[in-house]
Design a binder for this molecule. Structure first.
Ligand code: NAI
Ligand code: A1CAB
Length: 290
């Protein structure tokens, strides 16, 4: 490890975090940070609206600090260097109003809320430093794919801190804010498309006479192996697909059916619909705050 990385790590370890919301994305972030030992778990406070049982679960699992009373939650938020907004879009406007009086000039807000724009957040809380992100649930096992964008108030140090936190959950890439909605459609919602595909593959295997377990295991390994082949060989999916497809063989016959059902069209239309939905959700939050 070079000196620069040591300095980054030391600075990161000195920060106080408050995760606002205790759902699946919150847990993915906490897990990444604690498993990678980026910071002492008790420097991460987790709060939510009401479910104390869930907070105790996270405390038992990861050793994080939890706060249950309104006063203690406010104190934690006011003391945090980085607040991660990990609540549902419909709760975001109210939460930002609650947060506003607790933010210092140098508090960094990191949002994972789908559709919620930096402009909408700043309309409520003022010109604060904000990192808007779109992770996905594979972050839970360190294989997440996250995109982020920064408001102009974000300092170089704050950006490094946000990157360090998100890198603990997988890969991170920076995009201009308008592209976060397509990221949401592609990689944010993406795991669900793959699971849907897998559900159909498992079903087909069972229809062909395999046991549920056999069909499940063969499907999982097929998807895992295909993704790993793309990653390890560096070859394009289209090239690898052609290598599976013998002229006049089984794969060609199957792909012709997929084409007949306009599979590629369906997938692209679905991703763009999710992209548009992210935009709609953002506009809805904007309307809710008026
Ligand atoms: N699940 C996914 O695949 C992804 C989700 N996201 C985004 O992450 C955000 C969170 O999603 P999940 O973790 O799946 O949701 P979730 O429903 O699992 O968790 C939301 C949490 O927020 C808490 N909460 C709600 N209002 C609150 C308030 N005013 N104060 C404190 N806590 C409050 C709830 O108690 C709950 O613990 C959403 O905005 C979603 O758009 C982003 C990328 C992927
Ligand atoms: O379905 C949703 O709205 C969230 C955003 C990306 C994945 N899940």
């Amino acid at each position: 490890m070079d000196l620069k990385q040591t300095q980054v790590n030391d600075t990161f370890r000195s920060l106080h975090f408050c995760i606002f919301g205790a759902g699946s994305m919150a847990e993915a972030i906490v897990r990444g940070m604690t498993e990678q030992q980026l910071t002492a778990p008790d420097r991460i406070a987790v709060i939510n609206r009401s479910n104390a049982e869930r907070l105790h679960e996270l405390q038992d699992r990861y050793g994080v600090t939890i706060e249950l009373t309104a006063e203690a939650k406010q104190k934690r938020l006011a003391a945090a260097d980085i607040i991660v907004l990990a609540i549902k879009p419909k709760d975001a406007a109210a939460a930002l109003h609650d947060l506003k009086p607790l933010l210092r000039a140098d508090t960094l807000l990191v949002s994972v809320v789908a559709g919620l724009s930096i402009g909408t957040m700043q309309h409520i809380i003022g010109s604060a430093p904000i990192v808007r992100t779109m992770p996905n649930t594979s972050s839970n096992i360190g294989l997440g794919a996250t995109a982020l964008c920064c408001s102009q108030e974000v300092t170089a140090g704050q950006k490094i801190a946000a990157m360090t936190m998100l890198n603990a959950m997988g890969i991170v890439t920076e995009v201009e804010e308008p592209y976060l909605n397509i990221v949401t459609g592609l990689s944010g919602s993406g795991p669900a498309y793959v699971y849907y595909l897998m559900e159909a593959m498992i079903q087909a295997g069972m229809e062909g006479g395999l046991s549920q377990e056999q069909s499940h295991d063969l499907t999982v390994q097929t998807v895992l192996g295909a993704a790993e082949m793309v990653r390890r060989t560096g070859e394009e999916p289209a090239t690898l697909r052609r290598k599976v497809t013998s002229p006049g063989g089984t794969t060609q016959a199957a792909l012709e059916v997929l084409e007949q059902y306009q599979f590629a069209n369906a997938m692209k239309t679905a991703i763009h619909r999710a992209e548009a939905r992210a935009q709609e959700m953002g506009e809805q939050i904007g309307r809710n705050m008026e």
